[in-house]
Design a binder for this molecule. Structure first.
Ligand code: FNR
Length: 395
């Protein structure tokens, strides 16, 4: 007599799948504790690419602060509430999300895996999770759109100093089905990153992560020779476009004029900047310190969130990133008022370790943990989360 397949496996689908696969001796190819991926990626990657992803500004104090804040805010589970069926789905700026999670813009993904952004776009589309494509992508806007297919996609702009190039990039992104524009404000020049400096490692200088400008007609128009024929000349035209001189509050109307979808400003860390974004007619902000890659010794992103949410007061979408590693982290950011979070380094490690499968694993693990945490904390819907779900405790 064979024993019946258990019909009741606790909690959600991915957990069930993993436990059931164990009956035939299979265990997950990657750890389900996503904080373990970084160490595995370090074993696999060359040190230049690894530290480009894992490293931060200066001593790494901002990165550590991001994680410490996540540990300091604590969930207070509630009992005997109807939370056996959970709803994670939400809508942010007109984009329907299966869960309040998007994949953050991360440039030069081909340094960790040859399929880079294409693999990420495919994995995200399978799950209906939006990608935010970086201007520093290793593949073009159009190539990633094709890989993303019917999947939701947003476009992240590093704002060039030449308006014709900016306008051309925006036009291409709109034509390729990217619906929301994310404008990153905090990286108008590169942070002081000792790991990269000590290895003299900067992918862009080698023409990696430049697929978008190098395929852009407005960018190419002013080159004496095509990037294919004179790489250094093209690099020499592209890098100086990020000197921050295009970035002023009074320059935002240019973007509005050339983008007819929602616009989100990424890198907001002060309530006053959030207010200014709203006054400038922006549709949303991403509370972020760029994963501690720009200013060492900066305030933890999560600690800035409550004040910014209060300043925004429901007038714009508030997204959050910097330090999100687990489903519980997502829960905390949502409870503190974020409408959705951006996941970054963990999916890059998933990509590095197992390509598209690795990204899928990371996403499924994160969403499963979010679902389980939500239920066990006594909430049936992410929309029910408020700061009351948390206490500010000892780390
Ligand atoms: C980034 N980030 C980033 N942000 C952006 O707006 N455009 C970009 O091209 C990049 N590129 C990039 C590369 C790498 C390797 C990393 C790790 C990060 C920042 C990213 O979107 C996000 O804000 C942070 O990564 C969040 O911090 P954690 O959660 O990854 O620590």
């Amino acid at each position: 007599m064979t024993s019946p397949t258990p019909q009741v496996v606790p909690t959600t689908a991915y957990q069930s799948e993993i436990y059931l696969a164990g009956l035939s001796g299979t265990t997950p190819a990657l750890p389900t504790d996503l904080t373990r991926l970084e160490a595995l990626a370090e074993q696999k990657l060359d040190s230049g690419p690894f530290w480009y992803v894992a490293g931060g500004a200066g001593t790494g104090a901002t990165m550590r602060a991001n994680r410490a804040a996540m540990d300091t805010w604590r969930i207070v589970p509630r009992m005997l509430r109807e939370a056996t069926q959970r709803r994670l789905a939400t809508t942010v700026l007109g984009t329907e999300l299966p869960a309040p999670v998007l994949l953050a813009p991360v440039g030069v993904q081909s340094i960790v895996h040859p399929d880079g952004e294409l693999a990420v776009a495919r994995a995200a589309a399978e799950l209906g999770v939006p990608i935010v494509l970086s201007t520093a992508s290793s593949y073009t806007i159009e190539e990633v759109a094709e890989a993303s297919g019917a999947g939701p996609r947003w476009y992240q702009l590093y704002w060039p100093t030449e308006d014709e190039v900016t306008i051309s990039l925006l036009g291409r992104a709109r034509a390729a089905g990217y619906t929301t524009l994310v404008v990153t404000l905090d990286t108008w020049t590169l942070g002081y990153r000792p790991h990269d400096l000590d290895q003299s490692y900067l992918p862009f200088i080698r023409g990696v992560g430049t697929a978008i400008p190098f395929s852009d007609p407005a960018f190419r128009a002013k080159l004496a020779a095509a990037p294919e024929d004179d790489l250094m000349a093209a690099v020499g035209r592209w890098l100086p476009m990020f000197t921050g001189t295009a970035l002023r509050w009074d320059r935002l109307p240019l973007l509005r004029e050339h983008w007819d979808g929602p616009i989100v400003l990424k890198g907001v860390q002060h309530p006053e900047d959030a207010r200014r974004a709203i006054e400038a007619g922006m549709d949303g902000i991403v509370v972020s310190n760029h994963g501690g890659r720009q200013v060492d010794g900066a305030v933890a992103a999560l600690d800035t969130l409550p004040g910014i949410v209060a300043a925004v007061d429901g007038r714009a979408a508030v997204l959050f990133d910097s330090g999100v590693r687990t489903g519980a982290d997502v829960f905390k950011a949502l409870a503190l008022g974020a409408d959705a979070v951006l996941l970054a380094r963990p999916y890059v490690y998933g990509l590095a370790l197992a390509g598209q499968d690795g990204v899928r694993h990371v996403l499924r693990s994160l969403l499963t943990e979010l679902d389980v945490t939500l239920g066990l904390a006594g909430y049936a819907d992410v929309a029910e989360l408020t700061p009351d779900a948390l206490v500010y405790g000892r780390p």
